[in-house]
Design a protein around this ligand. Structure first.
Ligand code: NAD
Length: 416
């Protein structure tokens, strides 16, 4: 029985709103409302106890008009087909907005990886891949890590696929370990993209970012890398949090020490040179730039009225609910939306795929710098749409992405 998820309805209504705004051809609108392909698979796994447990997995390809499908695989108890459909559609828009030649996909398995041994996760991964194998491939659909999946899981996917076809295919996944064709610079790519977005925002909104105070919620791959990158550039970060709580110092925090505290104590709250705060206090604190980099649904109708910042840069996916979005808009706070702000991750995934297909690898410097132009171009285009149509950056991002996918659909025509 499928659990309810309103993310799919939200994603569809965003598409419907934009379709109306841009007068989208009704036939193309209908095509875009439907995922191209939704696969549900049963995954029997022999557990360490010898008992067989059957898991459910999904792979959804929303659209492949602009190129092969691209999107992560998540292992989580809250995975549902509807959520995966929504995330696949968002990937279509994200790839279109940064102009990389991919469509959108997403996959997932309903499971709690915290309760599984490494061996069980490996078996689960390999059997899942074997169940979806005819739908993935470097020219068809290229998975990547997402919640609770990592380079090791990508290595098992690459190995299972390669064993099936009989030769090594590194381009079947991105986010792989470097030793089997992963890209240098992939780890911090999403964070670096957020930093480029912040720089682009400062240029367009005409402020000096070095004079601004920054609060970051979440200190994982994105939040921690971002704090280090920003601090090295001279930005002032006054608050940081993770799931256990946050720390605040109006004079600025030192991310190197924060990371050491995290390593020693398991949380950023082990950092001594700051005052303890809660995640709610971080979100509503007096700061110039707020960067949610943790999980979805953090800025809600309950706290949107209390938010004091003037600018939110969404590093996490879906940190702001639609109702909160409306309140924030009315309060004159600007939001740089997730599918633009965190697109640095998928951009470097694209570079990893290109390097794999060419069997030629780039230096870390090349990988780090190339997304800057891509992110800047995307930002400028979105900003232009927002000015021209007098809409928020969020609306503008969807307009730009949907127009691009619609144009590709129109020009290719309908088969047969
Ligand atoms: P992660 O699991 O490495 O880190 C998540 C961080 O958020 C941790 O510090 C965790 O303690 C904290 N956290 C979790 N729940 C929280 C809560 N309720 N309140 C406050 N903090 C909480 O994840 P990540 O890879 O850094 O991803 C963060 C966000 O960025 C996600 O929304 C993800 O989808 C998005 N994103 C990640 C990438 C990437 O390449 N990693 C790319 C694009 C977007």
């Amino acid at each position: 029985m499928e659990k309810k998820s309103n993310l799919w309805e939200m994603t569809l209504s965003q598409l419907d709103e934009v379709a109306e705004e841009i007068n989208l051809d009704e036939n193309i609108h209908q095509i875009l409302r439907h995922p191209k392909r939704c696969l549900t698979v049963s995954i029997p796994v022999q557990m360490d106890s010898e008992k067989i447990e059957v898991f459910t997995g999904f792979r959804v390809q929303h659209n492949v008009t602009r190129g092969p499908a691209k999107g992560g695989i998540r292992y989580h108890p809250d995975v549902t087909l509807e959520k995966i459909k929504a995330l696949a559609m968002l990937m279509t828009w994200k790839c279109a907005v940064v102009g990389i030649p991919y469509g959108g996909a997403k996959g997932g398995i309903i499971c709690d990886p915290k309760k599984l041994s490494l061996k069980e996760i490996e078996k689960l991964t390999r059997r899942y891949v074997s169940e979806i194998i005819s739908f993935i491939g470097p020219e068809k659909d290229i998975p990547a890590p997402d919640v609770n999946t990592n380079p090791q899981v990508m290595a098992w996917i690459m190995d299972t696929y390669s064993m099936d076809v009989g030769y090594s295919v590194s381009g079947v996944v991105t986010g792989k370990p470097i030793s089997i064709g992963g890209s240098l610079g992939r780890d911090a790519a999403a964070a670096r993209g957020v930093m480029f977005t912040l720089m682009n925002t400062a240029k367009k909104f005409k402020f000096d970012p070095f004079e601004k105070t920054i609060a970051i919620q979440g200190y994982g791959n994105v939040g921690e890398n971002l704090a280090h990158l920003l601090s090295r550039q001279g930005y002032k970060i006054i608050a940081i949090s993770d799931v256990a709580g946050g720390i605040y110092n109006p004079k600025g925090l030192n991310p190197v020490q924060v990371s050491l505290a995290l390593k020693d104590s398991g949380s950023v709250i082990g950092y001594k040179d700051g005052q303890r705060i809660t995640n709610q206090e971080l979100l509503t604190m007096d700061c110039d730039i707020l960067i949610p980099a943790a999980v979805e649904n953090q800025i809600t109708e309950k706290n949107a009225g209390e938010i004091k910042t003037k600018l939110i840069v969404e590093a996490a996916n879906g940190p702001t609910t639609p109702k909160a979005d409306q309140i924030i808009k009315e309060r004159g706070i600007s939001i740089i939306p997730d599918i633009l702000a965190n697109a640095g991750g998928v951009t470097v995934s694209y570079f990893e795929w290109v390097q794999g297909l060419q069997a030629s690898f780039w230096t870390e410097r090349e990988v780090n710098l190339k997304p800057r132009d891509i992110m800047q171009k995307a930002f400028d285009n979105v900003y232009r749409v927002s000015e021209k149509r007098k809409v928020t950056m969020r609306k503008a991002v969807y307009i730009l992405a949907i127009e691009r996918v619609a144009e590709a659909t129109r020009i290719r025509g309908l088969y047969p």
